[in-house]
Design a protein around this ligand. Sequence first.
Ligand SMILES: [Zn+2]
Length: 198
Amino acid sequence: MTNVSIAPCTISGMSDTVPLTGEPLALDLVNTRPSTGDQLATPRDLLAWWTLEADRLSDEVPREVGDEDLAAVLAVREHIARVLDHVRRGERPPAADLSALNQAQRAAPAISELVRDGSALAVTRRREGAPGVRLAAELAEAAAGLLADPAVGKIRKCAADDCVLLFLPSHPRRRWCSATGCGNRVRVARHYQRHKAD
Ligand SMILES: [Zn+2]
């Protein structure tokens, strides 16, 4: 029998959901809240996500994070989601959310520090503060870049009815958050429907 009960928006099944990555960082963050549940529910989840995104983030993955770190990141996720929602509907985003995102950056501003690299000098971007505050600042900065970019108008929701994930299509025909996730799931479900009708 064809299995149509695969959980939405997951790569490896319901018990072990892997967050979608590879979209602009701010979208990846918002996408950690698929319809199946919150993928940043615990500090452990945050560490796992941080590890997944490690090569796009300037901070190294810390050894541990706590509830306060998670709270800082979740707050930024909430503000980005709300601003995106307004912007995508062509509405004016709430001032409180914009100001909260700016505040999140201000809590741990990035300093371009000069370091010696042999006899030459190099610049490294560094933030001070608790891990979650630094990560929240970096995510808020990424969000500022995305939200002010005209490309924000191209962001789409996955075409699967039960999927809330967002993506920035690099070609206009893209319909799914993931071809191997929702794309495949919907194809399998349609196949099953067709054969049930026979
Ligand atoms: Zn999807």
